[in-house]
Design a protein around this ligand. Structure first.
Ligand SMILES: C[S@@+](CC[C@H](N)C(=O)[O-])C[C@H]1O[C@@H](n2cnc3c(N)ncnc32)[C@H](O)[C@@H]1O
Length: 410
C-alpha cells in the first residue's frame, strides 16, 4: 500500500508515528503518545526532538518545560470541554509564574489560562472573538455555591428525563446538522435544548456533548462516520456530564480572585493595568476556529458571523491565497501585540506560545514574525524556547515557540 492511499485513520496514525520516530531519531517503539480524544488535544502533539533555548537561562528552561507537557490533567474544570489547540494546563500554570499582577489572555479559547489564574489567586481577563469559546471559558471559571450546583444537577436530570421520551428532531436544522445526527439523537438534543433555555452552565454542558454524540469524527474534522448511538444515550450522557461538571465546579468554588471573559477582537482591546499577558494566538494557516463550531452554533443558537469574518491566521484564508494571507496575518500580529503591550504596566511581561504554520509543503516561521513585531513596539526580548512538535492530527512535525518580552519600566 502506498503511504496515505486507502489508509484508515488508525493506520495513518501508526505510519506517522513510525515515520516521525525515525525523523526525530527516537528508538523504534519509543513512546509516541496517541490521541485519546479531543480533550487530550495537547497530548496528541508529542514533544520530542531538539529544542532551542535562548536569552535568560532559567526562564528559557521554564518555557521549554511548559512546551513539553503532555500528560493528561484532571484538576479543576480542565477536561470538561474540548477545545482545538488548547494550551496544556500545566503549561498555563508554569507560565503564570513569569510575571506578577493581573493576567490577560487576549486569545483565551476555552479558558485554560483563566482557570489556572483562578487557581493561582490571580485576577484575570480573557478575550476571544468566538461566542462558543467565550461561553465555555465563562462556564469553566464560574464560582458557584452548592445551591447553584444543585440547580445544575436537577435541571439536567429533568432535561434528560424529557429527552428520553423525545421523538421529534428539530424541523429547522440545516442540512449539515441533519446529516451529522441520527434522528433520535437530534430529537434528544432538541428536547434538552428546549428544557434548559438560556442557562449558561447548562448550555456549556450541552456544548460539551453535541460533537461527541454526532457522526463527526472529531471536533476538528468535519468528516462523518457511521457509528450508531443507541436511543437514550444522549440524554444519559448529558445528565452524566452535568453531574461531572458540578463536581468540577466545586473544586474552584473557593478561589478568591475573579476571572472575566469578554467577547472581543484581540486587535481592538483597549485595556490597561495588567502585569502579565499569557496567550496562544492562532497558528498561521492551521485551524479554522469558527467553521468547526457549526454544530454548536446551531444547538446553542449563537450568531458567530463576526468570528467567521475577523478570525486571524485562518486556514481558509491561507488556502485562498498564501501571499495575501501572510501579509494580513503579519499585520494582524503587529496589531494585537500593540493592544496587548498597551495593556501592560511598565515592567509587565508578555508571554506568547505559538507554533509555525504549514501551508501545503511550506513552513511559516511564527517566531520571527512575533519577535520582530514585539521589538518594534519597544518591548525587550527576555527569553525563548522552541521545540519540535509532532502533531498526529495533521501528520506534521513543526516547531512550537514560547517567548517572553518585557515592557520597559518607568
Ligand atoms: C490557539 S486558540 C487559544 C486556545 C486557548 N489558549 C485554550 O487553552 O483554549 C486561539 C483562539 O484565538 C481566537 N481568535 C482568532 N482570531 C481572533 C481575534 N481576532 N480576536 C480574538 N480571538 C481570536 C480563536 O477563536 C481561538 O479560540
Amino acid at each position: 500500500m502506498r503511504p496515505g492511499v486507502g489508509e484508515s485513520r488508525k493506520q495513518k496514525a501508526a505510519r506517522l508515528e513510525r515515520e516521525t520516530a525515525e525523523l526525530l531519531g527516537l528508538a523504534p517503539g519509543a513512546p509516541v503518545q496517541k490521541a485519546e480524544s479531543d480533550d487530550a488535544k495537547t497530548s496528541r502533539a508529542v514533544r520530542a526532538g531538539e529544542g532551542i533555548l535562548a536569552g535568560d537561562k532559567a526562564l528559557a528552561r521554564l518555557l521549554e518545560t511548559a512546551l513539553r507537557h503532555s500528560e493528561r490533567v484532571e484538576r479543576y474544570t480542565h477536561g470538561f470541554h474540548s477545545y482545538p489547540a488548547a494550551l496544556h494546563p500545566d503549561a498555563a500554570r508554569d507560565l503564570l509564574t513569569i510575571g506578577e499582577g493581573r493576567v490577560l489572555d487576549p486569545f483565551c479559547g476555552g479558558g485554560t489560562v483563566l482557570v489556572e489564574a483562578l487557581a493561582a489567586g490571580r485576577e484575570s481577563l480573557g478575550c476571544d472573538l468566538g461566542a462558543i469559546p467565550c461561553l465555555v471559558a465563562r462556564a469553566r471559571t464560574t464560582r458557584t455555591d452548592e445551591a447553584a450546583r444543585t440547580h445544575l444537577r436537577s435541571v439536567a436530570r429533568g432535561a434528560a428525563e424529557v429527552a428520553l421520551r423525545a421523538q421529534e428532531p428539530p424541523s429547522d436544522a440545516p442540512p449539515d446538522v441533519q446529516r451529522a445526527y441520527q434522528p433520535h439523537v437530534a430529537a434528544e438534543l432538541h428536547a434538552i435544548r428546549n428544557f434548559i433555555g438560556n442557562d449558561p452552565l447548562l448550555k456549556a454542558v450541552l456544548s460539551a456533548i453535541v460533537v461527541k454524540v454526532s457522526r463527526r469524527t472529531s471536533d476538528t474534522h468535519q468528516a462523518l462516520n457511521d457509528e450508531e448511538r443507541p436511543e437514550g444515550t444522549t440524554a444519559t450522557l448529558f445528565h452524566k456530564k452535568a453531574r461531572e461538571f458540578a463536581r468540577m465546579l466545586e473544586t474552584i468554588e473557593a478561589f478568591p480572585a475573579p476571572a472575566r471573559v469578554h467577547r472581543e477582537d484581540a486587535r481592538e482591546v483597549r485595556l490597561s493595568g495588567y502585569g502579565l499577558v499569557v496567550t496562544s494566538p492562532p497558528y498561521p494557516g492551521v485551524y479554522d476556529y469558527a467553521p468547526i463550531q457549526s454544530l454548536r452554533r446551531y444547538w446553542l443558537g449563537v450568531d458567530d458571523s463576526s468570528t467567521l469574518r475577523d478570525e486571524i491566521g485562518s486556514r481558509r484564508e491561507f488556502r485562498a491565497g498564501r501571499a495575501e494571507a501572510l501579509t494580513a496575518w503579519k499585520s494582524d500580529t503587529a496589531r494585537w501585540l500593540k493592544a496587548a503591550s498597551r495593556a501592560l504596566d511598565p515592567g509587565g511581561r508578555l508571554c506568547v506560545i505559538v507554533g509555525d504554520g504549514q501551508v501545503g509543503s511550506k513552513r511559516i516561521d511564527s517566531w520571527t514574525v512575533h519577535d520582530e513585531a514585539a521589538r518594534a513596539l519597544g518591548l525587550r526580548w527576555v527569553a525563548r524556547a522552541s521545540v519540535e512538535r509532532l502533531d498526529l492530527g495533521f501528520g506534521t512535525v513543526r516547531w512550537e515557540h514560547a517567548g517572553v518580552w518585557e515592557k520597559p519600566g518607568v
